[in-house]
Write a protein that binds this ligand. Structure first.
Ligand SMILES: [Ca+2]
Length: 297
């Protein structure tokens, strides 16, 4: 905004605050569902835990032995190439499998999503694994498994596997886990489903370079995969799963929303700092105006 002798500090203040509030409103957009795993750390504490927003009931599993689930102290974390960190809360969770049991932990959305053609749905979570084979995060509709974002039975890489009505595994090329017994790196996983008449499109981004703004592309992420032939009528639940080879999968910060920015929020420290700097500047400016007024009377 160009300063002139006639520009009133009050007008500048109004413009500055309005700009800040618009930024703030964008940053605090509602997500459809969020699970930060804000539960007490300890063995067995994921089962029946019922916090977060946008869910109904708690985490359920047929594997009720505490061996299969743990709440770990602290959140998993991800920082993008611009040093912005994903907003996190609470703790994180790990599920484990035994040689003969592969527990699935599921959570139901408070209302079933029935997307319309032309819309898109975004899913994000943080994940790290130990061991390979059908480990990861699945979207579920009732009793039907829809899509797995994880690894497959033959590929220890992050990818997309359409479970119901499809086949094949589309790899991002990013190695997902270390060997059995060792939890590997934490990955920021973001999926986009574009709903169209007929087949829908699913895209998977691993470690996007920039959080919170414009959506990533295949070239602005560590790994990327896409898959057609998916036609999704509705989504009712999410699931985390491991297979039967003593795997572990840690996860955190599950978000489901309508835009990339909604599911990859970062702190608004830069705009808050800008607001305070502007207010200090305006205060100095208003003092000068008063002095000028006194001298010109
Ligand atoms: Ca967390």
């Amino acid at each position: 905004m160009k300063m002139t002798p006639h520009t009133k500090p009050g007008v500048l203040l109004f413009v500055t605050v309005l700009t800040y509030l618009l930024t703030l409103n964008h940053a605090s957009a509602e997500v459809i569902a969020y699970e930060g795993l804000d539960y007490s750390a300890g063995s067995g504490n994921l089962l029946n835990a019922s916090g977060g927003t946008g869910w109904t009931g708690g985490w359920s599993s047929f594997a009720t032995d505490p061996f299969f689930n743990t709440i770990d102290s602290g959140s998993l974390s991800y920082t993008d190439n611009g040093a912005a960190s994903l907003i996190t809360s609470g703790n994180s969770a790990t599920i484990s499998s035994a040689n003969t049991t592969s527990p699935n932990f599921e959570r139901d959305l408070s209302s079933t999503l029935t997307p319309t053609d032309g819309s898109s749905l975004w899913i994000s979570f943080l994940g790290r694994g130990s061991g390979g084979s059908s480990m990861g995060f699945t979207l579920v509709d009732g009793s039907t498994d829809l899509i797995l974002f994880g690894n497959s039975q033959t590929n220890n890489v992050w990818g997309i596997r359409q479970i119901s009505g499809g086949s094949g595994f589309n790899s991002t090329g990013v190695t997902m886990t270390d060997s059995v017994g060792t939890l590997g790196d934490t990955f920021m996983v973001v999926a986009k489903i574009s709903f169209k008449s007929g087949a829908d499109t699913v895209e998977l981004f691993i470690n996007p370079e920039s959080l919170g703004g414009a959506e990533p592309t295949s070239g602005t992420s560590l790994g990327y995969a896409t898959q057609e032939l998916v036609n999704i009528a509705s989504v009712s639940s999410v699931r985390v799963q491991v297979s039967t080879v003593q795997q572990k999968f840690s996860f955190d910060e599950i978000r489901i929303g309508n835009s990339y920015a909604d599911v990859t929020p970062v702190p608004e420290s830069s705009s808050t700092a800008l607001l305070f700097a502007s207010l200090v500047g305006l205060w100095i400016l208003s003092k000068r105006f008063r002095k000028t007024d006194k001298h010109t009377v």
